[in-house]
Design a binder for this molecule. Structure first.
Ligand code: PRP
Ligand code: URA
Length: 210
């Protein structure tokens, strides 16, 4: 099957993203919007999960219905900013497990530095959704996905709010089997590796640390 790269053009996502980008948006609103967009993106990214036919007794008869075919899922945020998306994802799939990968970008080299990895024990049986608001150089996402692949999950998808063309290309090249979902695709990276126009430092804006 061909790999998918989805850049969302849904009006609700685009509207919320425009408020998120605004430098005047408060930490509280920023956090809420990140979760709302994550929920909408999860809705689309789970579109191809298999279903099975079931018959349901209604008060008026028997309905031919579909239910999810027992696939297990895991959301894996890249710490720390990825944490901001998890509640939104779980609102749609409350039974999913959550793993964590700790990486930060060295400010000089822009290379990811790993500091934590804890994934569900049965990850081999799970469809994994790696979540992070920003795909800039792509280093963090590429590294996180490489670590997860060592544990042989059923499948991996990557969800981010904003991607730079440089990071998208790097991730596509490094992991051609991973579907990628972005709420927005921006113009370029600046000399500090920030996405332009982007939304600034996602972690600082989610947690109010700057
Ligand atoms: C941000 C962001 C990504 C990474 C993207 O995290 O959340 O993980 O940068 O950059 P890249 O594509 O060039 O690797 P950051 O390193 O700022 O850490 P934080 O989440 O702890 O703030
Ligand atoms: N990390 C962020 O938080 N923002 C960017 O623009 C790039 C990396």
């Amino acid at each position: 099957m061909d790999r998918k790269v989805v850049i969302f053009d849904h009006p609700l996502i685009q509207h919320k993203l425009s408020i998120l980008r605004n430098v005047e948006t408060s930490t509280k609103d920023f956090r809420e919007l990140v979760n709302e967009i994550a929920m909408l993106m999860t809705f689309e990214a789970t579109r191809d999960l298999p279903t099975e036919a079931v018959k349901v007794q209604t008060p008026c008869g028997i309905a031919d219905c579909k239910q999810m075919a027992g696939r297990k899922m895991a959301f894996v945020p890249i710490l720390r900013a990825g944490l901001g998306l998890v509640d939104g994802c779980l609102r749609l799939v409350p039974s999913a497990r959550v793993g964590h990968i700790g990486l930060y970008r060295d400010e000089t080299t822009l290379k990811p530095v790993e500091y934590y990895c804890k994934l569900p024990k049965d990850i081999e049986e799970r469809d994994v959704f790696v979540v992070d608001p920003m795909l800039a150089t792509g280093g963090s996402a590429i590294d996180a996905i490489s670590q997860i692949k060592l544990r042989n999950p059923r499948s991996i998808k990557f969800l981010c709010l904003i991607a730079a063309p440089e990071g998208l290309k790097a991730l596509e090249d490094a992991h051609p089997d991973v579907d990628i979902y972005c709420a927005g695709l921006d113009d370029h990276l600046n000399e500090n590796g920030y996405i332009v126009p982007g939304l600034g430092d996602a972690g600082d804006r989610i947690f109010g640390t700057k």
